[in-house]
Design a protein around this ligand. Structure first.
Ligand SMILES: [Zn+2]
Ligand SMILES: [Zn+2]
Length: 241
């Protein structure tokens, strides 16, 4: 396995509307979580925190130079293993227990951690047996209709279960931007995890179909527009009719 330095582990890309993508390019695409940093006037939000194999705070110290809300789109290991590094941790109540007492089964790490996940390891070879998600109890529970107020921008919480029971999206109506987590992205969707629910999945997607979305920043794979969103949802609904 190739070794890269911890300094090479994260990549940051500036997107439109004060949004940055942070990701881990040495993790293969299917396993590679998109971390979305949203800059506000008074505070910032970070949707998901990645695999935790390298410290986000150490490598990207600018993250904590301003107040930061670390939001969990849901509690799978690839999304929340960096949460313990941040003081303000937001999660849906249906997955609060997993955030507080994570293990490799409940966070799906058991199914994913291995050579198939990595193009390279940081610093030295990883010992997969020692991989653990650290506890990161929510400091604030967020539910349907809650608003994250960044000062000059409002992110509305949509409860979108299906992939997992406490999955959420953040919806910024002013820019038509949806931060969708794993309920929808432009790649193979997971609807058969141990706590997935097909009926919930269908209801969540039908609801997202009604929103005037212009941009989708998902939990995995590249971002896309509203037309593609509606196409992906219609394809899913047809395939699961
Ligand atoms: Zn997931
Ligand atoms: Zn994921």
């Amino acid at each position: 396995m190739r070794i890269v330095t911890p300094q090479q582990w994260f990549e940051v890309q500036q997107k439109a509307d004060g949004v940055k993508l942070i990701h881990e390019p040495w993790i293969r695409p299917f396993y590679r979580c998109n971390l979305w940093h949203i800059t506000g006037r008074d505070r910032d939000a970070l949707v998901d925190t990645g695999s935790g194999v390298v410290s986000l705070r150490q490598q990207l110290p600018w993250l904590t130079e301003r107040p930061l809300l670390a939001v969990a789109s849901h509690s799978h290991f690839d999304h929340i293993a960096g949460h313990h590094e941040f003081d303000e941790r937001l999660a849906h109540p249906a997955e609060a227990e997993i955030m507080a007492n994570p293990d490799n089964a409940s966070t799906l790490a058991d199914l994913c951690i291995g050579d198939q996940m990595f193009e390279a390891h940081p610093g030295c070879p990883l010992c997969y047996e020692e991989y653990r998600v650290k506890a990161a109890p929510a400091t604030r529970l967020i539910n349907e209709g809650d608003v994250l107020d960044l000062g000059d921008r409002r992110l509305e919480v949509l409860h979108t279960p299906g992939h997992s029971p406490g999955g959420i999206c953040l919806w910024e109506a002013a820019t038509g931007t949806l931060f969708s987590g794993d309920i929808i992205y432009d790649g193979p969707l997971i609807e058969d995890a141990y706590h997935s629910d097909l009926e919930d999945y269908r209801a969540s997607l039908e609801r997202l179909l009604t929103l005037p979305v212009r941009t989708v920043h998902g939990g995995h794979f590249p971002s896309f527009g509203g037309e593609r969103l509606r196409e992906l949802i219609r394809e899913w609904l047809t395939a699961h009719a």
